[in-house]
Design a protein around this ligand. Sequence first.
Ligand code: CMC
Length: 441
Amino acid sequence: MWRHLGVLTIEAIMSDTLTITDNRTNKTYEIQIRDGSISAMELRRIKENPEDFGLMTYDPALTNTAACRSKITWIDGERGILMYRGYPIEQLAKNSDFLETAYLLLSGELPTAARMNKWKHNVTVHSMLHENIKKFMEGFQYTAHPMGIFLSTVGAMSTFYPDAKDIFNEDSRKMQTLRLIAKVPSIAAYAYRHSMGLPYVYPDNDLSFTGNFLNMLFKMTELKYQPNPVLERALDVLFILHADHEQNCSTSAMRGIGSSHADPYSALTGAAAALYGPLHGGANEAVLRMLAEIGTVKQVPAIIKSVKNGERRLMGFGHRVYKSYDPRAKIIKEVADLVFAVTGKNPMLDIALELERIALEDDYFVERKLYPNVDFYSGLIYQAMGFQPDMFPVLFAIPRTAGWIAQWEEMLLDKDQRITRPRQIYEGPEKRDFIPREKRR
Ligand code: CMC
């Protein structure tokens, strides 16, 4: 049984090593410090006796465990910095578009004009869904949550592309990457049209990635859909902001499932399921429902009080990594102004602004470093653009697909990685003998 009452003295004696004295045995160990971390496996050398398993770390929710080395995304939570492959998010949001940013995340570099043209062409020609996928989607109830439809359909795609199992074949990985990036907007749009009882709209190859997405969502009887350029650009910026966010819950799910060598569609289904939860990508939907429930600016102090009493959480606030303003939320506030100039202001904006104003002055939020996160304002924009709240997590999943695939591929090619398999501290019963049913009390 793993219950040690011993005491460890830990001392960093040089800049690159850590000396640990195990006070149970008086033995001293020297452990290498590399990149601000120590290898957890080194602790296994620390034993009370030779039969002992060795020391583990206990880290529920993995709050202080680096589970991989990554070259994709960097977050400085204290200073509110986010970079993809070294490029600050503000510069990408200003100068790039989603497809280019996806290329950057996946390949490591921004594309030349020729490479960008090829990438765009390849994504465009893969946007159609197999007709049987449409039939599969038709089986859902009209009331089905679009995120449930989305993640089930991505999982079903695994059966359409059995070549995806060849995960160590680079060409196969490239093909699945194209299919996924190109087809997730089509799946999302069909999920939306299905829930509205509207016929599906086929992709229009003349339009941009986001312009075509708007076409598949909102085209009615017109012969050619013309996306509003402000909304098309706003969606591009929102997609850039959501494209990756290092080792969050859904990305960890993607890596974890992928580590068993499942195909990328199956792994991405698990990642999307993790995103669905209200503490992660489902928070944007939860924010809108919360704002609707608050109803008026006058009710804001009451909701703040109930949050402080521990009765509820302020959705769209707080983050595991950011302990200052989420840089994505700052950019989203600017996008909101542009969108509202076209669509008219979302009446719930005033409630959100008042919530933020009070929260940022209140000791409860200040002491806990709780600031608005990416989900606080994104829902207001999506709603103004005509989306129902239950589409919001799906809108998060489309761009995050790029990040998930980039992280999945990095994990597969990382020689340090093996099947994910955490340890536990067992607290259940000691060994006991089976009692026949008739003799049990
Ligand atoms: N409202 C009120 N109190 C909060 C909130 C909140 N939104 N978030 C954290 N706290 C409090 C929490 O009660 C705790 O207080 P105490 O120390 O008194 O117990 C303290 O702040 C630390 O919270 P925690 O739960 O230990 O923090 P965490 O890092 O485990 O959770 C979080 C991070 C994002 C799940 C959490 O802040 C939360 O539930 N926020 C609301 C949901 C949300 O907006 N999620 C979207 C996150 S951003 C999009 C994405 O990348 O997923």
